[in-house]
Ligand binder design. Structure first.
Ligand SMILES: Cc1cc2nc3c(=O)[nH]c(=O)nc-3n(C[C@H](O)[C@H](O)[C@H](O)COP(=O)(O)OP(=O)(O)OC[C@H]3O[C@@H](n4cnc5c(N)ncnc54)[C@H](O)[C@@H]3O)c2cc1C
Length: 452
């Protein structure tokens, strides 16, 4: 390709640009949030919330930007592995997985290093502008209409930019569907699941406490009937600058507020690592709240017709319950799907059906994981997918067994970290083993979910 244009210069856009730099003479990132120093600086409110990168996201990121882990760690990030990555279900610490790597760092920190690496590639440049519409030439996208700031409050001036391939990475509020409809292509079908999630993140000074913890994550499970008041959902990660980033979450009217004292009270009802930080560490930021009303995915692969020369990545495709930490990983998988598509397709100007098929299976997996758990919440009222109650029973059994048995937990963890498809949880061998584990634990006496 002579030129490729990426709309949006955040995580998904930067990784797409990295991939495209192997296939196009010139890659241009269009990003309105560009700062004065020539750096893209999109100040999205959700970037301030705790962000964990799942094991698959970490592997993919390292693949596209080799050495990034060492670079991040050298600048203060933490690499969590084995027992320093602690997952709790219903208050009980699960067996650790020796082959899981997770980065402890804030989202702006990871993104600024990714951005520096990507923008140091010779054929990538960034333009401070806003995408306004697609340009179409028959059945093919031939570029994009952009508006550059007029400067000093002057009117924005619009211009056309030609490209062989356009990538929409404009995030959840992308207007691509509206543009496609206006050009006569129709809109993609959208799935939504209303969850009314509240999030709140605060930072604490990190000292000598919890030397063996990089990430601790706690969620309610089957033993508490998924009740957040019985098993407080929350997480912490050790991040750059000798800090802990702590997030609390809650659905419906149980969402955490901005009051620091209430935040500390709730941390003290959480699992041991969060209690420890609440008791020993100084809170060094305000509590930043965030509301997440619904998960959504746009099914571009299901459209009857789709123009050539166009792909979509990141939250512009799917934005799911952040508790499961899948968004950044989906963005890395979009980058790898794009690479596979460009290496295999006849021409990037053809409709990217192969790309949407590849990415669709990852999005489908993420959607299944997050919505299956959300639908277990009493205030979430569907829509329930076909076979939900059977899947739910099996899922509850495997989740309960994963707290006790390392073998079951290994598969469970692989699914959670998007290294295996959720269908791995329905394999007869795993179901039988889970049933046996639970039966034997009943004869030895039940484990109390509040024990740890
Ligand atoms: C509260 C919360 C917590 C989360 N925690 C995690 C977590 O722990 N782990 C995880 O993996 N994920 C997490 N996520 C999800 C993650 O934040 C998203 O998946 C990720 O931001 C997606 O990146 P993106 O580049 O697709 O979109 P965004 O980060 O939303 O970026 C979109 C970009 O497009 C630009 N843009 C918008 N309109 C235009 C336009 N017209 N022209 C050009 N550019 C435009 C914007 O300025 C922005 O820079 C969380 C999300 C939330 C809400």
């Amino acid at each position: 390709m002579r030129s490729a244009v990426v709309l949006g210069g955040s995580f998904a856009g930067l990784l797409a640009a990295r991939v495209l730099s192997d296939h196009a003479d010139e890659v241009i990132i269009i990003e309105p949030g560009q700062g004065p120093a020539g750096h893209v600086s999109p100040a999205q409110p959700h970037h301030q919330q705790l962000h964990a990168l799942l094991a698959t996201g970490h592997t993919e990121l390292e693949h596209w930007l080799p050495g990034i882990t060492d670079e991040l760690v050298a600048h203060g990030a933490h690499l969590g592995t084995a027992t320093s990555v602690q997952f709790y279900s219903d208050g009980v610490l699960k067996p650790s997985s020796t082959d899981i790597n997770m980065l402890g760092a804030t989202r702006p920190f990871i993104e600024s290093h990714v951005r520096d690496r990507v923008l140091s590639i010779d054929n990538i440049r960034v333009l401070s502008a806003q995408a306004r519409d697609l340009l179409l030439d028959g059945s093919q996208v031939s570029g994009v209409r952009i508006a550059r700031s007029g400067g000093a409050g002057g009117p924005a001036c619009e211009e056309e930019m030609r490209a062989d391939l356009v990538v929409d990475a404009m995030g959840r509020s992308s207007r691509l569907s509206t543009w496609l409809e206006a050009h006569g292509w129709g809109k993609p079908p959208v799935d939504r699941l209303r969850i009314d999630l509240g999030y709140a993140t605060a930072f604490f000074r990190r000292g000598e406490e919890l030397p063996d913890t990089v990430i601790a994550h706690s969620s309610p499970g089957p033993a508490s009937g998924y009740q957040q008041r019985l098993s407080e959902p929350g997480a912490l990660t050790a991040v750059e600058g000798d800090r802990w980033s702590v997030v609390l979450a809650g659905y419906g009217d149980y969402r955490p507020g901005q009051d620091p004292q209430e935040f500390l009270r709730r941390m003290r009802r959480c699992v041991a690592p969060l209690r420890e930080v609440a008791d020993s560490c100084e809170m060094m930021s305000e509590v930043a709240p965030f509301s997440f009303r619904e998960s959504q995915r746009r099914n571009f692969g299901q459209m009857k017709r789709f123009p050539g020369g166009l792909v979509v990545a990141g939250d512009a495709v799917a934005s799911v319950n952040p508790i499961y930490g899948q968004g950044l990983t989906l963005a890395t998988l979009a980058a790898s799907s794009l690479s596979a598509h460009l290496r295999s397709a006849k021409s990037p100007r053809d409709p990217a059906l192969g790309y949407f098929r590849r990415l669709g299976s990852a999005v489908d997996a993420a959607w299944q994981i997050s919505t299956a758990a959300d639908l277990a919440q009493p205030h979430v009222t569907g829509p329930y997918p076909r076979g939900y109650w059977m899947t739910r029973r099996a899922g509850d059994m495997v989740t309960a067994a994963s707290v006790i048995d390392p073998v079951v937990n290994h598969t469970f963890t692989n699914v959670l970290h998007m290294r295996a498809h959720p269908r791995a949880l329905a394999r007869p061998g795993l179901l039988l083993r889970s049933a046996a584990v639970l039966a034997s634990s009943r004869t030895k006496g039940p484990r109390r979910w509040a024990d740890s």
